[in-house]
Design a binder for this molecule. Sequence first.
Ligand code: VAH
Length: 311
Amino acid sequence: RILVIGAAGQIGSELVPYMRERGYTVVAGTSGRTPLPPHLADGPSETVNLMDTEALKRIVERHRIDTVINLAAILSATAEAKPFAAWSVGVNGVIGLLELAREMKLSVLTPSSIGAFGPETPRNPTPQDTIQRPKTIYGITKVVDELLGDYYRAKYGVDARSLRFPGLISYVTPPGGGTTDYAVEIYWEAVRRGRYASPLGPETRLPMMFMPDALRATVEVMEADAEKLKHFNAFNVAAFSFTPDEIAESIRRKLPGFELTYAVKPNLQAIADGWPQVLDDLAAREEWGWRPEYSLDAMTDVMLAEVAKRV
Ligand code: VAH
């Protein structure tokens, strides 16, 4: 019985239906700031404030929750403008959740990110176990979350697991305030206007993944047999990496006239320049059988078809 916090966000709005379709009882936890999206209304939902541990405890008891997937976050670009808020959501909220998990024997998954690495980290490939000195507050919160997850597991036996997601691309709910958001916007602009000005320069290679693979990775790592795992917080998971030119080439297979230009945003470029270019995900492959299913071109074909329906 699962509580998803941040159920209206880019990942949550697809993870809730995905898990419900697979027979899980999933409570959709949202901030209540926006109305519940209609596609989450076919199951239980609660207004959740990650900072209010007492209220969270009552929700866990009411729905007999045994697993919490916490997707509440202020993403990398937005977080730079409000580091304390990013720390409150990204760390204070998470340690409160881990304390609750310790008390109520909950399993917990708070995703990490390629943002948990920095410019001192080898970038191509970025190993599973390596130096992590991120230069964004978002990345700092993700490293702390990884350390907290392993600490609560080692010291209190809390079943905390996590994945380092690449940039996630989807067509249901747009991401908000991420450095990799360009890779979603480019599909909408290609369909709407036939052209796009990339905010990241032509040399910018970043690890990315189609949302269906990310949803499956989340459930697979959650269901993995802990006895077979050597790592817990957090597994590198990868699908492919590309530069703006390469995703534009993929789009031109279907929209031959698509035109890519560049309007580099220095704040986003600075973040991307400190991130991995290619993730080594051998540990996830060996310990719980991770395999991506979508290639860049397969993703592009689905994205363009689905975006065209929505434009
Ligand atoms: C961001 N999409 O850009 C998020 C993610 C992989 C990056 O953390 O901040």
